[in-house]
Ligand binder design. Structure first.
Ligand SMILES: Cc1cc2nc3c(=O)[nH]c(=O)nc-3n(C[C@H](O)[C@H](O)[C@H](O)COP(=O)(O)OP(=O)(O)OC[C@H]3O[C@@H](n4cnc5c(N)ncnc54)[C@H](O)[C@@H]3O)c2cc1C
Ligand SMILES: NC(=O)c1ccc[n+]([C@@H]2O[C@H](COP(=O)([O-])OP(=O)(O)OC[C@H]3O[C@@H](n4cnc5c(N)ncnc54)[C@H](O)[C@@H]3O)[C@@H](O)[C@H]2O)c1
Length: 455
């Protein structure tokens, strides 16, 4: 049995950084990874998808060239093998540089293989057993496949397999209209594929406010994506070479390819957690407290597997919380984190805090303000005027509760709100900030000026 100061299972977005901090503090760390270092973000998530989104946007901009007085001769075509290769290069470079850093850092032992608890202090990886007084889970999640009738009779893609396609599908049907479904829908439409989205709920991006959902649907419809919402009783069958997707309330869709994008599930079912006595919730997430400790002393859970976030930045922030508390004598809590994320359709949706629906449900006195992107000078100059900016605030205490920027540069401009909310700055103060012209952010004081003030 090998003994370490710490064992980390999973080299995702929290594990490697945590290993680095422990090693820098003079501790020995075993970092166990069963597949690729970098986890989902590097190998099957953010990095490849945002690389593919950039290729798709290039196709879109070229198609729109004439709107800007720029003409290209003839049509455009997508070389899907070259598009895939570009994403593969980004993945490989990131994975290789992380691997090199881990292998060259004194104190870190990178162990390849599937880790499983034998008891609360012992981990087995193949023939080897390891022990440490502190064990950290950073095991992530994988695509959840719903038990749809007929699914086993047809071939389907997940977010993991679709990034390796080297030929363009004729018609891609996507079940699920969350982040994954919407990003791939627009990307493939721009590559030149016919795309149909099938969502069982009434709206796309169901967590957002109705005005945002409507604007997202308008963007996607304007690019020729067909949208089928309220799709209940989804059934799948073969139709010659195609896949038939039948639903109650919508016409059948016949597609050459099918992507299942109905959410993700935590990788906690094959870890031997019951041997260690670690408690899970009814969806399989590890139950953690505000400091990310599990119910078992000496075991923490970070990242997607704890259900407290589902993004790269939340997993990384889990690392920051645990490292600050264990190594720097701080008292950081996950409940102090303000939720923020971006949906990488184009234009992107940048989001922070509560939606209007969530804010109203709290019973506070709420005021909202919106500005269509068609009134934002920077968007007009760029010829990208789809979308809207929106802010939700508490008029009794002047606090900003949430914001959304669905528009060009929305994923960047939203940081004005993220920083202000983190600092707790009341919106009457922010109205006096002097932003740079011409930017999307320069409309933030104007947007805030549209809020009622109770002060
Ligand atoms: C298509 C897609 C696009 C995305 N885009 C974005 C985006 O734009 N922005 C964003 O913030 N987030 C995005 N995400 C989400 C983001 O990728 C995840 O939230 C993030 O990677 C989670 O990191 P993690 O550290 O929790 O786990 P992961 O990165 O999933 O890492 C977990 C690691 O643990 C390993 N592992 C699991 N079990 C074991 C075991 N028993 N033994 C050894 N190793 C094990 C796995 O192999 C994996 O390497 C996207 C996700 C997908 C699928
Ligand atoms: N830009 C980003 O940050 C980004 C991008 C991609 C993925 N992600 C991460 O990946 C996670 C998973 O993304 P996702 O899009 O798979 O999940 P999601 O939870 O965002 O969306 C799933 C969608 O599928 C629908 N759905 C669920 N079951 C269904 C069924 N049986 N039939 C039809 N529709 C069904 C849901 O109503 C929902 O609209 C996200 O939570 C996110 O954390 C993030």
């Amino acid at each position: 049995m090998k003994t370490f100061d710490a064992i980390i299972i999973g080299a995702g977005q929290a594990g490697p950084s945590l290993a680095g901090r422990f090693a820098a503090a003079g501790m020995t760390v075993a970092l166990i990874e069963r597949k690729f270092v970098g986890g989902t973000c590097v190998n099957a998530g953010c990095m490849p998808t945002k690389t593919l989104v950039a290729s798709a946007r290039t196709a879109h901009v070229i198609r729109r060239g004439a709107d800007y007085g720029i003409h290209t001769d003839g049509g455009i075509s997508t070389d899907m093998a070259a598009v895939e290769k570009r994403a593969a290069t980004v993945i490989n470079n990131a994975r290789d540089s992380l691997t090199t850093w881990l292998k060259s850092t004194d104190g870190i032992s990178l162990i390849r293989g599937h880790a499983r608890f034998e008891n609360a202090k012992t981990i087995r990886v193949g023939e080897e057993t390891l022990t440490a007084p502190r064990i950290f889970l950073n095991v992530g999640a994988r695509p959840a496949i719903p038990p749809l009738p007929g699914l086993s009779d047809v071939e389907y893609l997940t977010s993991t397999s679709i990034i390796h396609l080297t030929a363009l599908p004729r018609h891609l049907a996507i079940i699920g209209a969350g982040y994954i479904g919407l990003e791939f829908a627009q990307m493939y439409r721009r590559f030149g594929t016919e795309v149909s989205i099938i969502e069982r709920g009434p709206r796309l991006a169901p967590r957002e406010d109705d005005d945002i959902c409507q604007a997202i649907a308008d963007v996607l419809r304007s690019e020729g994506i067909s949208i089928h919402t309220n799709a209940e009783d989804i059934k799948l069958s073969k139709s010659g070479e195609d896949i038939r997707i039948s639903t109650a309330g919508n016409p059948d869709v016949e597609a050459s390819h099918l992507l299942i994008a109905t959410g993700r599930r935590p990788n906690t079912d094959d870890l031997g957690l019951s041997e260690a006595g670690v408690a899970l919730d009814n969806k399989g997430y590890v139950i953690v407290d505000d400091h990310l400790s599990t119910n078992v002393d000496g075991i923490w859970a970070l990242g997607d597997c704890n259900g407290r976030g589902a993004f790269t930045h939340t997993s990384y922030n889990d690392f920051e919380i645990v490292a600050a508390n264990l190594l720097d004598g701080e008292d950081r809590k996950v409940s102090e984190r303000i939720p923020a994320y971006a949906l990488y359709i184009d234009p992107p949706l940048g989001r922070v805090g509560m939606t209007e629906r969530e804010a109203r449900a709290t019973g506070r006195s709420i005021s909202t303000s919106t500005i269509p992107m068609s009134q934002v000078g920077r968007a007009i100059e760029k010829g990208e005027t789809k979308g809207l900016m929106k802010v939700v605030a508490d008029i009794d205490n002047g606090q900003i509760l949430g914001a959304a920027i669905l528009g060009v540069e929305g994923d960047e401009a939203i940081h004005g709100f993220i920083d202000a909310m983190h600092a707790g700055t009341p919106y009457p103060v922010l109205k006096w900030a002097v932003p740079i012209h011409p930017t999307v952010s320069e409309l933030i004081p104007t947007l805030l000026g549209g809020l009622k003030s109770g002060q």
